[in-house]
Ligand binder design. Structure first.
Ligand SMILES: *Cc1c(COP(=O)(O)O)cnc(C)c1O
Length: 391
């Protein structure tokens, strides 16, 4: 007999998954045996550096790692994170109160609204954006309010454009620079505005810095916490995934405001039991060599970016080179929409690109292409896309 499974209202409130069509078409193309170049997924193609794997292997042999992780995480990892923050951003953090390891930064991002948002409160979410900001707010019973990221504003939200009625109910603001999917960067002046805005309206800032170390042409992306007063209003999320090619390992951390971190830790104490100790220990090894690794990673993606943008420009698709992240946020050409162009490129060029509207309504008019395939594949992708442009 069974029961009638009625899924929760919070799941029903999630926006429809807009990548369904392109996913379906991609799977079919692969099943048909077509030679697909996938620029759709933001997952590094290169393996995790060997020394990190060796550090994990060694840690695995120590039975002490097999136990539940400590609530606050491995102390040495937090110390190492604090050292890196000081060196990289000039920011002093208390490893005990101002740093917390996460099961990937996505985990903390998705859970933090549970710590800060009440039923009916507003969460300010950029549009387009990484989907967990929006779904996290919904899961907490909050109302996402979208902040359009538009080209004419350099893909920064216009904080002055938010209505007072909304501001009165807003508890949390998500930001992400360098940005996925637009590849935009911001400077300290913007972060200063954000701090003033947060103070004035009593809003907690959650800055997602997953791409802080992937920038080009000598640019060093700032930390939100560099700005005076930032630590009093917010936190910043970091990830090992993109820098160290560790997406499957699930390791990230949050840093900044001790009260917010304590609240998030309380949520987490009730839903998970931390990151596997051996992975945290491998994370220590990773951080100790972060300078060398980031230098290589920047070089790798910068070369790919230069090649891909040059080839597409030659083919007639004028795209501004991104200054950070491994994404190219390209305006659609001709009369295409995000979806129709992505469909066309898949059908006629066997290249997967992501329609920008899948990241939110303001992503319409763009497609996102990830530089997570090798140079030969990028050259080939650009050549094939070139044929679509000519038609
Ligand atoms: C990839 C990505 C993350 C990182 O997620 P992890 O959970 O640490 O793997 C976070 N934010 C954005 C915007 C991303 O693109």
């Amino acid at each position: 007999m069974g029961i009638k499974i009625d899924i929760s209202e919070r799941l029903k409130r999630l926006p429809p998954y807009l990548f369904v069509e392109i996913d379906k078409a991609k799977r079919k193309a692969i099943a048909d045996g077509r030679d697909i170049i996938d620029l759709g997924v933001g997952d590094p193609d290169r393996p995790t550096p060997n020394f990190i794997i060796e550090a994990l292997r060694k840690a695995l042999r120590d039975p002490a790692t097999h136990k539940y992780a400590l609530d606050k995480g491995v102390p040495q990892l937090r110390i190492e994170i604090a050292k890196w923050y000081k060196k990289r951003f000039g920011v002093t953090l208390d490893p005990d109160r101002e740093i917390l390891p996460l099961i990937g930064s996505k985990e903390g991002i998705a859970h933090i609204p549970l710590a800060l948002v009440n039923h009916g409160d507003v969460g300010l979410v950029p549009d387009p954006s990484y989907p967990p900001y929006n779904s996290g707010v919904i899961f907490a019973g909050g109302e996402p309010y979208k902040l359009p990221l538009l080209k004419q504003n350099s893909f920064l939200p216009d904080l002055r454009d938010i209505k007072h009625t909304i501001l009165g109910k807003a508890k949390i603001l998500f930001l992400n620079y360098p940005n996925n999917p637009t590849a935009a960067v911001c400077d300290n002046a913007f972060f200063k505005d954000v701090v003033r805005f947060a103070e004035k309206h009593n809003i907690a800032v959650c800055h997602d810095a997953a791409y802080s170390e992937i920038s080009f042409d000598g640019l060093a992306a700032p930390s939100f916490l560099e700005v005076e007063g930032a630590k009093a209003v917010g936190v910043e999320f970091h990830s090992f995934s993109k820098i160290f090619n560790m997406t499957g390992w699930r390791l990230g951390f949050v840093s900044g405001n001790a009260k917010i971190i304590e609240a998030l830790a309380k949520v987490k104490a009730n839903v998970d039991s931390g990151v596997f100790n051996a992975i945290q220990i491998a994370g220590i090894a990773a951080l100790r060599r972060i300078d060398k690794i980031t230098k290589n990673v920047k070089g790798l993606y910068q070369k790919r970016r230069n090649l891909f943008i040059k080839e597409l420009n030659k083919a007639g698709w004028k795209i501004t080179p991104p200054r950070a992240t491994f994404y190219v946020w390209a305006p659609v050409f001709g009369r295409y929409t995000s979806a129709s162009l992505a469909e066309k490129i898949l059908k006629e060029a066997d290249v997967v690109v992501t329609p920008g509207n899948g990241f939110g309504l303001s992503g319409e008019g763009y497609v996102r292409m990830a530089l997570t395939v090798n140079e030969a594949s990028l050259r080939e992708a650009a050549r094939r896309i070139g044929r679509v442009i000519e038609k």
